[in-house]
Design a protein around this ligand. Sequence first.
Ligand SMILES: *[C@@H]1O[C@H](CO)[C@@H](O)[C@H](O)[C@H]1NC(C)=O
Length: 377
Amino acid sequence: MAEGLKRKISAASARAHTRKSDQSSTFKLSRGIFKKILAVLFVGILAWIYQVIRPPLPKICGSPNGPPVTAPRIRLKDGRYLAYKEYGVPREVAKYKIIYVHAFKSSRHNVVVATTLSPDVIEELGIYIVSFDRPGYGESDPNPIRTVKSMAMDIEELADQLKLGSKFYVIGYSMGGMAIWSCLKYIPQRLAGVALLAPAVTYWWSNVPANVSNEAFNQKSTQDRWVIRVSHYAPWLVYWWNTQKLFPASSVLAGSSDTLSSQDMEIISRISSRKDSASEQVTQQGEFESLHRDLIVLHGAWEFDPLGLENPFPNHEGFVHLWHGDRDKIVPITINRYIAEQLPWIHYHEISGAGHFFPLGDGMSNAIVKALLTGEK
Ligand SMILES: *[C@@H]1O[C@H](CO)[C@@H](O)[C@H](O)[C@H]1NC(C)=O
C-alpha cells in the first residue's frame, strides 16, 4: 500500500516534471525561431539599404555595353583614358597654350571661354585651347579614387602627352576651379598663367574664418545646404540623396531657376535655344562617377586650402586671375572675395551685377583670355 502510494506520487511528479519541461522547450523553440526571423529581417533590411544607397557601376566608354568612343583620348599612367577636344590654332604653331577645365554637369564641349572668343583674338595672339572631360564625365574613364590632387596630376600628364611644353596656361570654371587650385598647389612650376572663373568653394577650408564660411553657407538654399552636408559628412549617402524622391536634392542638378540671377536667366534663355547634342554625353557613363564624385571631392578632405598657397609668379612672370560675379547664387562670392583679399598676388575681378554664367556674357571671353595672356585689363 505504502509502496503503491509512493509510486503514484513519483509517477505524478514525473508527469508534472515532463509537462513542465515540454512547455519550456516549446517556449525555447519559438523564441529561437523569433530570433532567427529577426536576424533574417535585419540582414534583409541591411541588404536592401545597401542596394538602395550603392551607386550602380559606371557604363565605361568603349566597353562592350558602354557608350562608343568618339573623341581623341590619351592613356594616363594608371591606365585611365582621358578624352580631349582642341580649339584655336594648331598646337604646333600656337604661341599660347591653354588647358581649360570644365564645370559641373558639363564636358569637354562646354568651353565657356572658347565659344565666344573672337576668331580675331585667336589668330592675332595664336591661341590654342585644349579641353578635356574630367574623370567620369563624357568619354573619360571614371577615377574612383579621384582627389583634388589627382586632378593636377591628370592635367600635367595631358600637357606632357600633347607636348605642350614646360609651361602652359590653365583656366577653370566653377567646379573646374578645384583642379586649378590643385595645379597652383602641386604643379606651380608648370604654369604660365592662371584664371579662376567663379571657382567652386567648400565650407570646411581650415584657413577661412568660420564667420566667412557660415555667411557663404547661409546664402545657399535649405535643400542645397543638405546636399553639401551629406557630401561632407556622409559621402556614402550621396548617390541615394541625389536620386531619392523624398527630399528635394541639389537645386543645381534639378536645374532650378532659384539659383539663377537675372543676368544668368537672360544668358540661359539665349544659349538654351542653341542647345547642343553634346549635352547627352555629359553623364552617359553614370551620374555617380561624374556629378556625385564632384560633390564628394569638393566637400571632402582637402590636403590644403587656397589660403595656404604661395605666389607661383614671384617675379611677375605670369598672372593669377580670379573672376567672380557679385550676384552669383550658385557659388556665393563671400569666400572667394575673402581669399582674394588675403592673397595679394591674385588679380581679382569682381563683376558687378553678374551671376554664375558671366563668362558667357558679351565680350567676357575676350576680356578673360586677354587679361590672362597679356595682363591687359
Ligand atoms: C568675421 O569676423 C571678423 C572679426 O572677428 C570681422 O572683422 C569680419 O568682418 C567678419 N566677416 C564676416 C564676413 O562676417
